[in-house]
Design a binder for this molecule. Sequence first.
Ligand code: BTN
Length: 329
Amino acid sequence: MKPLTFSILRLLSDNEFHSGELVARAMGVSRASVSLALHDLSETGLTLQRVHGRGYRLLDPMQWLERDAILRYLGRETNNFNLEVLDIVDSTSTYLLQRAARGSGAGDERIHVVAAELQTSGRGRRGRHWHSGLGDGLAFSLLWRFQHGASLLSGLSLVVGLAIIRALESTGVKGGVLKWPNDVLYNMCKVAGVLIELHGDMLGPTMAVIGVGINLKLSNITHARIDQGVTDVYSISGEKPDRNRFLAALLISLTGALREFEREGFSRFKQEWVAHHCCENKLVRLGFPDGSSLDGVIHGVADDGSLLVRTSAGVQSYNSGEITLYKME
Ligand code: BTN
């Protein structure tokens, strides 16, 4: 999608009809260019009405991310962030990793965050695709530098999931649970996912790119693209959240949790994490990347965040694998 398309969509985000001629004049382009720019919006999930004699109108217009509003909502944390808001990018995590590899931002003490309105190749865990449309969720990545080595960071992904739960609760969205290691679910349907990529030595320092995707109000098109049980904040709370405010709440919660984790490690979070675990004391199947699996009952998590599973061989700890519940509740 071209910058012109984004500019026109912004203009159309007021729920009103706009004639092709007025849009063209406002953009300083021809009517044909407007028509071409709006020709294929299928990747956005947006629905555009074209009515002869009246012009264009977006149905259920989206709320755009506004950097200034997000910074304002960050309050006294504002100066701690270097925040970029992009219209379109392949993946905010790929973008941040590439920028860090090029050394950009070196020497900047602030926390680098990149949020995008639209990702063309959003990445999920285990090589999966993360689907989202324009304005129907939040997609952002945050870069955090740890002095520790990666060997001490195994609880990190659990801490990030918990920080999302805390942020949801702080904005009145209660009842979220976690599925090890860090999926955030409501009624066993996924509302948020986390992708963590670590770079550095086992002994440190380590750079973590933490990518977070949250479903706020999924369009039918995005919904149809996702091949697992999925939900969004709108379905849970009945309210369409303010995207700028929500992103700020997430950043505040995340950075607070990351500082706490740096100081005190995962054991500090363990009890709160287990209290939110959807599968505690449940019979599950744990599937491993090589295709093998085992059945057992979840018995909490260890101090390093690994999953404890009771099988006929006793309680064993695992730091990879995908849980499937035997009985969805
Ligand atoms: C998962 O549940 O599989 C993880 C999903 C992570 C998606 C987010 S969206 C922002 C960031 N950029 C990406 O490409 N992925 C993460």
